[in-house]
Design a protein around this ligand. Structure first.
Ligand SMILES: [Zn+2]
Length: 359
């Protein structure tokens, strides 16, 4: 096997051994489909792939391929969170990671850039806070300044801009609400106005757009439902009829191949396993889709030589799809022997969210 040299801590005789070791944890009910695919989630290979891809030291090599510099903070979050879900964070140098994250906080605005000397943006501020939440190192940054940066992004109509240049999008509403909840500072914004704005981006078909009247897209449904779920886990701002319409639109994203697309008529893509499933989980309607078919699609997108998961079978693996593939499998709850539970609202391990919210 070509990737032997990348697996110093894993003794593997051949591919079958690794596949069987990983498949050993899968519950009986799905063994038929997993056997057809040749195995379950290849956790050791993915750990090796992610540790290399998400490591700060690897920034000049793998990051060039996996995530351009302008995405580095989010790339580190995807890699670390995926490693945490498969219980392999010891594959990463956490102290180096925390030091680098802290070095990306701007001393003037309090926001974080995607890398040192990059402009601050709400997307990377959330990724930075998510990383520190996972490793329980919020002490490494100026929390008040970070919360102030996020709160300053709120506009009079309740929406949020991504940075000081003013683009508005429901993605940024999600980032703000998630980030402030993790920092224990939801009180820093007008939550009612934020709720009203997110609700105004909901469409009659049950989807959400990035602005009022924008085309429905699964990613935007997650940001809408996710933000609303953090504000009220019971989602009391939505009627039962609205929840059903939303869940129906989401369920229609499952294609004949088992994977989900983001909009009607588009190809399935592993990352929508997360965007669609997490929104369904927030709505309490995971049973609207065929979980075993989705699981088979995700497992079929694994690179069984070098590790990592791609958007669809036979494409190049990347950190983003590896994380969202693993997180989607976590929500399905069919691989609990090798994957920890993920919180659908925060895209963080459940145990991390419990630790923070109970504090
Ligand atoms: Zn994708």
């Amino acid at each position: 096997m070509a990737s032997h040299q990348h697996l110093p801590n894993v003794v593997v005789d051949d591919d079958d051994d690794l596949v069987l070791a990983a498949a050993g944890g899968i519950r009986g009910g799905l063994m038929g489909s997993s056997q057809q695919l040749g195995g379950g989630l290849l956790v050791d290979l993915h750990a090796s792939y992610l540790a290399t891809s998400a490591s700060v030291e690897a920034s000049t090599t793998v990051f060039e391929l996996a995530a351009a510099s302008h995405l580095r903070m989010s790339g580190a979050y995807w890699g670390l969170c995926a490693l945490s879900l498969i219980r392999k964070t010891n594959a990463m140098d956490i102290n180096a990671l925390v030091e680098w994250v802290a070095s990306c906080q701007h001393s003037d605005s309090g926001g974080f850039g995607a890398d040192t000397n990059h402009d601050a943006h709400i997307l990377y501020t959330l990724s930075a806070v998510q990383i520190l939440a996972i490793v329980d190192r919020m002490d490494a940054i100026d929390v008040k300044a970070a919360a102030d940066y996020v709160a300053a992004r709120q506009c009079a109509d309740g929406s949020f801009t991504g940075d000081e240049w003013g683009e508005r999008d429901t993605r940024f509403s999600y980032c703000a609400v998630s980030c402030l909840a993790l920092l224990g500072r939801l009180d820093a914004i007008d939550v009612d106005a934020a709720t009203t704005h997110v609700m105004s981006c909901m469409n009659f078909d049950g989807g959400f757009g990035c602005v009022p009247g924008g085309e429905s897209h699964a990613g935007q449904v997650f940001t809408g439902v996710g933000a609303l779920s953090i504000i009220d886990p019971q989602l009391r701002m939505l009627s039962e009829a609205q929840k059903r319409t939303m869940a129906a639109w989401l369920a229609e994203r499952q294609t004949s191949k088992g994977g989900f697309n983001g909009r009607p008529e588009k190809l399935p893509d592993v990352c929508y396993s997360w965007w669609v499933l997490s929104a369904l989980a927030c709505l309490g309607k995971l049973h609207y889709i065929d979980g075993s078919k989705l699981r088979a699609f995700v497992l079929g997108c694994q690179n069984d030589e070098r590790g990592g998961i791609s958007d669809r079978p036979d494409d190049e693996a990347d950190v983003y799809h590896t994380f969202f593939g693993i997180a989607g499998l976590s929500l399905l709850g069919l691989d609990t022997d090798v994957v920890d539970a993920v919180d659908a609202r925060f895209a963080l391990p459940e145990k991390v969210v419990e630790r923070i919210l109970l504090r």
